[in-house]
Ligand binder design. Structure first.
Ligand SMILES: Cc1cc2nc3c(=O)[nH]c(=O)nc-3n(C[C@H](O)[C@H](O)[C@H](O)COP(=O)(O)OP(=O)(O)OC[C@H]3O[C@@H](n4cnc5c(N)ncnc54)[C@H](O)[C@@H]3O)c2cc1C
Ligand SMILES: *[C@@H]1O[C@H](CO)[C@@H](O)[C@H](O)[C@H]1NC(C)=O
Ligand SMILES: *[C@@H]1O[C@H](CO)[C@@H](O)[C@H](O)[C@H]1NC(C)=O
Ligand SMILES: *[C@@H]1O[C@H](CO)[C@@H](O)[C@H](O)[C@H]1NC(C)=O
Ligand SMILES: *[C@@H]1O[C@H](CO)[C@@H](O)[C@H](O)[C@H]1NC(C)=O
Length: 570
């Protein structure tokens, strides 16, 4: 009994500063705590403690007690219709905000020039386009966590929407401003803070690029054999990769960005600085806030530092190109290899149309048949070990009727194949422009299904595509059951293409898959995400969003709707 009361009263005492700061930030939060006080049938000590806390805190805050249905209704989820529209600062607030930001960063770190605004408006990869009234009005370039924190305090004070921006290579309109405000470009924060060779990790500022890190490691003694196990669009930065849970070609071996990070330092909407973990590989220390921020697309916090795992480059690696009569033969071969426990370092599928496009690009010296093709990376400790794997891969490929099995003749040739694959998006855009129409657009999709469903899903998708006149190409990280069926359309075929993408997603979901394997949701896939996960799951995400960002300042309108007046069907 004593312990219990003591515990309770201690709890109240400990609570004080928390309750207080909460009541200042989120009006109405006191509601919960006063109720606790009233309902507790504790001993005198506890009552006294609560009275004290009431006197200390309550008296001058009672006037503020009013329910705020936006942040803390008594439910576990936040359905969209429970919200009122967000209230952002007025033009005057905006002007004052910019003024204070300029005082904080008197050099050229705060700009409103047309050119820079234009650069941060639309990276051109998503069919949805920011409208002219949605363009950002100011770009801010912070150089440190402390600066980001100070910036967010000002932005929070004036209620201005802010879009975190890094490499700008995301594909779903993630960085498009939907409400005219500030874009926070974290690219200047690009220092490699520490490389711990013995622990196989590195501490990086948010704006370090994955290629920058790999080059740095390759050029430093004792680090040459280390790399980040995650690769995505050329030019992407680690904070962007964390925020989309990016993956890419090496993910089949090393996992996505989510599995390649140990800890995150981030700034919350009101400027609070947090660090999610220490640096050990293992941790059961509380909630996995690292995991919460992974894939959050700049809607929960500004990431300023990332501790990444480093992977050891394989001592010996070879590349094989294998061509099959059908896509099903390709996926059957891959499934068999996985079931045998054969570890492959990359398994990239390219369909007939994609092979045509590669041949067209002239980026590969050799010309391949126009057949479904897999590029394999097979790696191991040394040539002997790798040769054993090769025998298996070859046998399984032959069992699945492969028409051609060939090794890259040299390291250069292997490099050429994978760099062509890495740049396939640009190849496709080039092909579309020259061979289809100067005005042709491309719709990028990103479905993923369990591996056993991949063959039938791809067949259904091909069947769907055959009912429409739109040219398309399929490529995929098939090791992860992830494929991109990228579709060309003319501007007047936009609705048709949108319909196809919806049907493709439905096929994927029916096969227990996801609308986004690695690119994320942004503005482009919100409706698909809801179709995939259902309203309750989205409302739970919305609850978390509002808990951390009650004013809805951070990358508003991404991942899911935050405004009941938002009538978009995307
Ligand atoms: C040619 C090409 C190939 C690609 N290939 C792949 C691939 O194989 N695999 C793959 O997964 N992706 C691929 N992508 C997509 C893209 O590279 C990834 O989505 C990448 O993670 C985006 O990183 P970024 O630095 O460019 O981020 P940005 O585009 O700048 O931003 C991405 C998201 O992160 C948020 N953000 C940015 N900085 C911060 C920050 N400091 N704090 C909080 N939030 C922030 C943004 O608001 C946005 O929501 C490709 C893109 C291109 C153009
Ligand atoms: C973001 O900032 C960096 C560093 O200042 C700059 O190189 C880059 O061009 C900026 N991004 C855009 C889209 O302008
Ligand atoms: C990130 O991606 C991987 C692979 O797609 C997935 O398993 C994981 O759940 C994702 N999210 C996090 C938080 O790691
Ligand atoms: C937490 O989430 C991160 C990111 O997805 C992941 O790498 C990690 O393994 C998870 N668990 C712990 C204990 O950090
Ligand atoms: C590849 O391209 C070359 C020249 O552009 C062409 O001659 C050849 O027929 C093409 N190969 C295939 C298989 O399409």
């Amino acid at each position: 009994m004593f312990l219990r009361t003591c515990g309770r009263s201690l709890k109240f005492l400990n609570c004080q500063p928390l309750v207080r700061s909460r009541s200042i930030r989120f009006q109405g939060s006191l509601h919960g705590s006063t109720k606790n006080v009233r309902h507790s049938n504790a001993s005198l000590a506890a009552v006294a403690a609560s009275l004290i806390s009431g006197i200390v805190l309550g008296l001058y805050t009672t006037k503020r007690l009013r329910s705020n249905k936006q942040t803390f209704p008594l439910s576990s989820i936040t359905p969209l219709n429970d919200l009122s529209p967000p209230q952002y600062g007025t033009d005057e607030d905006f002007a004052n905000c910019i003024k204070e930001l300029m005082e904080l960063l008197p050099d050229k770190s705060v700009t409103t020039t047309e050119v820079e605004i234009e650069h941060h408006t639309d990276n051109g990869f998503n069919p949805s386009k920011p409208l002219s009234h949605q363009r950002p009005k100011c770009i801010v370039y912070p150089s440190s966590t402390e600066e980001v924190s100070a910036i967010m305090q000002i932005i929070n004070k004036y209620n201005i929407p802010v879009v975190p921006y890094s490499g700008g290579t995301s594909l779903e309109g993630h960085t498009y401003s939907t409400r005219p405000g500030i874009v926070l470009n974290t690219s200047r924060m690009n220092k490699i803070l520490a490389v711990h060779v013995d622990d196989l990790d590195a501490v990086l500022e948010a704006g370090v690029g994955w290629q920058q890190l790999n080059e740095y490691l390759a050029n430093h003694e004792g680090m040459e054999n280390l790399m980040l196990g995650c690769d995505c669009g050329p030019g992407a930065h680690v904070c962007g990769m964390v925020n989309t849970n990016a993956s890419g070609i090496a993910a089949t071996r090393y996992g996505s960005m989510g599995s390649n990070i140990l800890s995150i330092k981030a700034v919350l909407a009101d400027g609070t600085v947090v660090k999610t973990k220490q640096r050990p590989r293992k941790s059961s220390a509380g909630y996995n806030l690292t995991g919460l921020l992974v894939g959050s697309e700049g809607t929960l916090a500004i990431v300023t530092e990332v501790t990444v795992k480093l992977q050891v480059k394989p001592a010996y690696e070879t590349v094989a190109v294998v061509q099959f009569p059908t896509l099903r033969d390709c996926t059957n071969a891959v499934a068999t290899l996985f079931k045998k426990g054969i570890q492959l370092n990359a398994v990239e599928l390219l369909d007939t149309e994609m092979m045509k496009c590669i041949n067209y690009s002239n980026l590969i010296s050799k010309s391949y048949e126009n057949l479904p093709t897999i590029f394999f990376k097979i790696a191991g400790l040394n040539e002997v070990v790798v040769n054993e794997y090769i025998k298996e891969v070859k046998k399984v490929s032959q069992d699945n009727d492969c028409k051609m099995f060939e090794f890259a003749k040299s390291e250069e040739e292997a490099e050429e194949l994978f760099s062509a694959r890495k740049n396939s998006l640009y190849m496709m855009l080039d092909y579309g422009y020259n061979e289809i129409d100067e005005n042709a657009k491309m719709w990028i999709t990103d479905c993923a299904v369990p591996l056993s469903r991949l063959a039938s899903t791809l067949e259904e998708v091909k069947n769907l595509m055959s009912q429409y006149p739109l040219p398309h190409m399929v490529l995929g990280h098939v090791g992860d059951g992830n494929f991109h069926c990228d579709i060309f359309y003319m501007p007047d075929q936009y609705q048709m293409c949108k319909q196809i993408v919806r049907e493709m997603t439905e096929i994927t979901l029916k096969n227990e898959g996801t609308c986004s394997g690695e690119h994320g949701v942004g503005t482009g896939k919100r409706a698909m995400l809801e179709l995939e996960l259902g309203e309750n799951t989205i409302s739970m995400m919305r609850k978390l969003k509002l808990a951390l960002d009650p004013k809805r300042l951070l990358n508003p309108d991404k991942v899911f709707k935050i405004d009941p007046l938002d009538e978009s069907d995307e």
